[in-house]
Design a protein around this ligand. Sequence first.
Ligand SMILES: Cc1cc2nc3c(=O)[nH]c(=O)nc-3n(C[C@H](O)[C@H](O)[C@H](O)COP(=O)(O)OP(=O)(O)OC[C@H]3O[C@@H](n4cnc5c(N)ncnc54)[C@H](O)[C@@H]3O)c2cc1C
Length: 633
Amino acid sequence: VEALVAARAVGDPGGRVVVFSPRPLDEGGPVAGAAVADAVIGSLGGDLVEVALDRGVIAAADLGHRMAARIDTGAATVIGTADAAARAQDDWRVLTACWQSGVARRALQLGVQYAKDRHQFGVPIGSFQTIQHRLADLHTAIDGAHLLALEAAWAVDAGDPRRPWLAAAAHAWCGEQAEAAAAWSLHVHGGYGFMVEYAIHLFVKRAKASRVALGRPTDELAELARRRFGAGPTSTAPRGPAPPVAAADDGLDFRLGPDTEAFQGEVRAFIAQHVTTEMVERAHTTGTMHDWDLHKALADRGYLSAGWPTEVGGQGRSALEVTALQQELYAAGAPVDGMGIATMVAATLMLLGNEWQKTEVLPRLLAGEALPCLGYSEPDAGSDVAAVVTRAVRDGDEWVIDGQKMFTTMAHEAAYVLLLTRTNLDKPKHKGLTMFLVPMDTPGVSVTPVHTLGGERTNITWYDGVRVPDRCRVGDTDAGWAVMHAALVYERNGANWGEPHHLLEAVAGELVGQGQLDDPVVAATLGRHAAGDEVGRLLLYRTAWLAAEGGLPLVEGSMAKLFETEWFTAMAADLFDLFGPAATLPRGEAGTVLGGLVEHAYRHSTVTTIYGGSSEVQRGIIAERGLSLPRAR
Ligand SMILES: Cc1cc2nc3c(=O)[nH]c(=O)nc-3n(C[C@H](O)[C@H](O)[C@H](O)COP(=O)(O)OP(=O)(O)OC[C@H]3O[C@@H](n4cnc5c(N)ncnc54)[C@H](O)[C@@H]3O)c2cc1C
C-alpha cells in the first residue's frame, strides 16, 4: 500500500522501492517499509518531500512486522505542495481500507472454515448459534467494509465531492472490522489459534498494527466527523481540481443514476407538499403511524404500486426507485406504516387473488380507500410463525375462524385482515396453513389496543366464531405459507435507513451549531455513526440494485435489515448520551432535544430489531445461507 501510494503521488519509481509515510515525517517515528525502501515520501514542514535512504537499515521489531525504520530527514527534497501531501494521505486511507477489508474477509473465511471442520460434542462447532451469529454479524459488517472501500476508491477516481470523508470513513470502518474479524476468528479457533502454525495469529497482529498506523482510531473518527459535518478546509468540498472522472464502462458507479435521482426529487417535492408537521405530531400523539390524507395522496400518485409492472397497473419503477421512495418517506418521519402493509397485501392479491379479491378489494386498496392489516403473530407463534393455532374450519361454502392474534398493527383503521390460520392438523406445521382476507366488520372480530414502549399503537385481535365465505380464502387451502411469502418478490427492500439517517443528520446539525465538534467525544461519536450510516446505506442499496438486476437477494436483504436495525439501536443510545439529562425529555416538554426526536428514537429504535424478522432470525439466514454453516442446534 505504501509503495502504491508513493507511485500515485510521484509516478513510476523506475525500479526503486519508494514508500509513503502516512504520518508526517516531522513526528520522527518509524516509517513502515523504510527498512526495505530506497526512498520515503511524506509530509515535512507542510510540504511533500522525498528522502533518499541507504539500504541496510535494520527494521524495528513491531507487532505488524511492517519493516519499519526511523529515517533521517536532513537531506529531504521538496517534491510537492501540502495539498499533494494531503491527497497522498487520503490515497493511503483508501488503499489501506481496501487492504483491511481483504484482511477482514480472509480472517473471517479462516474462522468459518474452522467452524465447519472442527467438531465438539459430536457436532461441528459452526452449528452452535453463538458462533454462527457472531460470524453472521462480521460477514455483514465486512460486506459493508468491502462496499465502503470500493465506494471511497470510486469517489477518489470520479472526483466525487464526498471523497474526503468517504476516505476517512472507509479507513476507520475497515480497520475496525479487520481487527474484529481477526480477534473473533482467533476465538473460534480455540487453543489452536494461538499456535503459530495456524495463520490466524498473523491476521490478529497485522490488523491491529494497521489500525493505528495513522494514529489513534478515535482521532480518525473525529477527523471523519469534521470532514462530514464541519465546514473547515477538510470538509466535503473537493480540494483543488478534481481528478478525471472514472471511465463510464469500468463497471463501478456508486451513483443512484439519473432516473432514480430524478424520481427522488419528485418524491421530495411530494413530501414537501403533503407531509406536514401537524400530521407527524398527530401520529406521535395517537401512536397510529398512518394518516388517511397522506395515504390517499400516495395512492393518487400511484406510489402504492410504484414497483409493479405497468401491465398490472404499476409504474414499473426499479427496485432502486422504490427504495428511494421508501427512504425519503422514512427520513421525513412520514406516518407510512399503513402504506407498507397495503403495498404488501395488494401485491399478494395481485399475484394470487381470486375474482372478488381482484375486482372488489384490490382497487379499494390501491385507491387508498381501504387499509389491510396483517394477522400473523399469535401469543405462542412469533418468530416461529408457522406454529399459529388460529383455526379455520370449512363448513359448506363457508369457513369458521376462531383464535387470537397479537400485534395486529393498524387493525383499528383497517377494513381487512390478512389472516394466517391452521386448516389441517395432520400435515407438518408449514403445510397445514391457509390464508384468508377477512373483512374487519365481520361479526365475531374484535380489536383491543396495545400501547408500546416506542409509542406505536398496535392491537390484539380476536376471532370468535367468525364466518366468512370461501371467496375470502387467498390461494389454495393449506398453501398459506407460500401465500405469506409471495409478495416478497416486491418487498425485499424494506430496511429503514432513512429514519436513522435523519436522526444522525439532525443531531450532528444541532451539535455542530453549538460548536461541539471540537469536543473529542462528540466528534468521535459522530464520526463512528457517520461511517455506520454510510455502511447501512450501501447494504440497503446493494439489495435494491441486486433486485433491480433481476436477482432475489435474500441474504443481502437480511444483512441490510440486521445491520440497519442494530445500528439504529446502538446509535440512538449513543446520541442520547451526548445530550445528558436533557435527552430524557419527551416531545412537548420545555427544553427537549430536537423536539423530543432523540428521546423517541431511543424508545423506538429497539423494536425494529424484533419485527419484520428479529435479528436472531436474520443472523440464522446469513449464517446458514450466506456462510453455508451447518443448521443451528
Ligand atoms: C410494534 C410491533 C408491531 C408489530 N406488528 C405486527 C403486525 O402488524 N402483524 C403481525 O403479525 N405481527 C406484528 N408484530 C409481531 C412481530 O412480528 C413479532 O414480535 C416478532 O415476529 C417476534 O415474535 P415474538 O414477539 O413472539 O418474539 P419471540 O419469537 O418469542 O422471540 C423472543 C426472543 O427470542 C429470540 N428468538 C426467537 N427464535 C429464535 C431462534 N430460533 N434463535 C435465536 N433466538 C430466537 C428472538 O429474536 C427474540 O429476541 C409486531 C410487533 C411489534 C412489537
